[in-house]
Write a protein that binds this ligand. Sequence first.
Ligand SMILES: [Zn+2]
Length: 329
Amino acid sequence: MPLPKAELHLHIEGTLEPELAFALAARNGVALPYTDTGALREAYRFEDLQSFLDLYYELMAVLRTERDFEDLANAYLARAAAQGVRHAEIFFDPQAHLARGVGMGTVVEGLWRALGSSEANHGVSTRLIMCFLRDESAGSALETLDAAKPYLDRITGVGLDSAEVGHPPAKFREVYEAAAALGLRRVAHAGEEGPPEYVTEALDVLGIERVDHGLRCMEDPALVERLVRERIPLTLCPLSNVRLRTVDTLADHPLPAMLDAGLLCTVNSDDPAYFGGYAGDNFDAVRSELGLDEERLRELARNSFTASFLEDDEELRARYLAEVDAYRF
Ligand SMILES: [Zn+2]
């Protein structure tokens, strides 16, 4: 039995495996510029964030109906459950779909068809986090939040993703203020490719409660001290960092130093179909490549539930933490 864990940094569109991409393309009559799943798998060997993003957006063309989003989410939940994920807080990128003429209702209701029955079907509790694309305008983010208003009973929080450099958090002050006023939780990608100043700005200007990635905080000791003092969680994605060249090799990853510094770190998969593994694969990789011992792994699992947005169900959080404490490696 794998170590029980929560996954807090997972883009549902990044779980699209080549086999499902081809199945959905066939179902929807969408032509993919790849001869077969092998050729597509080969294309998943990109070099950096931009080449990944280009492929990521290209493949979204196969997602058209509620059933497509339902199938995508169910495929992820089954894989995650098999790797010990007990709770998943799932990102989605509505602007990438709205731009293709796929409506907010199709996306949210389609995902919900899987998420709403996930505890019964997969043994995984879920929350949904709507992300804004930071390389789009602030006005587009505001329109997206507006389009989501009929579906807010399905959405727990908002996030900020896509190309980081050149798109500082402050650009999205207004939409984050509006989201907070609607009672939504707030997270943002910061300090992945962007500088530590982006982390500070996301905390101060956007009021985020959790930092996605954030590993470049290690360049700023005062920021590290603040993150430790305020118990701000970081959602790290080690295999993603290697694939996108944020670190040269996994052995160079700052995770052990971050844990030693007292940071509330979690380990997640980001875009697992593209980055070489799901949550459990990331745990296995940091165990073997970074030499984390069992108590460190247990700490990471505990952190994942501590950092999750389960304030509306503390009983469930306590049950998950008890599962981690009782786990035998
Ligand atoms: Zn991400």
